[in-house]
Write a protein that binds this ligand. Sequence first.
Ligand code: AMP
Length: 309
Amino acid sequence: MPRQSIFHWQFNICSKSKVRGLSLKVFKTKKEVLKYSRKSAAKGKSIGLVPTMGFLHDGHISLVKMAKKKSDRVIVSIFVNPTQFGDPSDLEKYPRNMEADLAMLKAAKVNAVFAPEIDEVYDKEAQTIVETTKLSRIMMGKIRPGHFRGVSTIVTKLFNICQPDLAFFGEKDYQQLQVIKRMVKDLDMPIKIVGVPTMREKDGLAMSSRNVRLTKANRKAATVLSRSLFEVEKICANQNMTTTKLDKIIRQIISKEPKAEIKGVDIKDAESLGTVKGIVKQPVVAMLAVQFGDIMLIDQRVFTPKIAL
Ligand code: AMP
């Protein structure tokens, strides 16, 4: 389809919530999506929700595919949530392309998209927040104070608005996945949370909407994240190690890349994200946050030490 006509039908979708002949419904209001969800439930159809901030790539689509496998109807939300950004310029520069996103979601055969404006989501007088008190304060919570409060609050709102039976989150944002699992358990939300493995580019870089903002040189340098993770995974599978040693190895590998500035390295118990003392005997997760120019990238890897194999 020529680019011009793609734009036209996409524009039609955006301007109307349902276009005749097209099965992709695009909802802009909470009321519409809640109605859709309730109607689906009345018909005995389970709903799978995939929350995203848009500028979709194959990583997002792998969540959609998993959602399609496990639920009768799939809703994808596209909302760049301002309350999870600390730095206003990071929020402003976050890449957006609604037309391309809708084309990808239509091709992936999702049932509905919820793409609200900020004013539709947040009441001006809003004062209620949701926060996991411990999990949100380590690693990314230290680097970006308030980030997980914004995430838990918007995800709670999306759960209330879309009423899903299942919700799908990427392991790439591993701490986020654990925060959401904890929140759902603590607040008795009747939703099954499904974690989906990280999709990577051919050279190992974890797919991310932020990757397009990397300069060519930084894009090349950014492969150091996955390289360091795969390396410690290999070492840990062959030798008895402590998290302190693994942490040191990761930092040494990343430090060899002059364009990389380490913001955080943390190796924790893969389930609880608690501290692991002594020789690692259980599955652990290594979480990285590394800055390239003005872009911070994150990556993670779960691995099992030799002693537990
Ligand atoms: P985002 O739009 O970056 O907020 O991401 C929306 C969802 O997609 C989150 O649950 C992410 O963890 C997930 N996601 C982002 N990148 C990837 C990836 N490379 N592989 C798998 N899931 C991803």
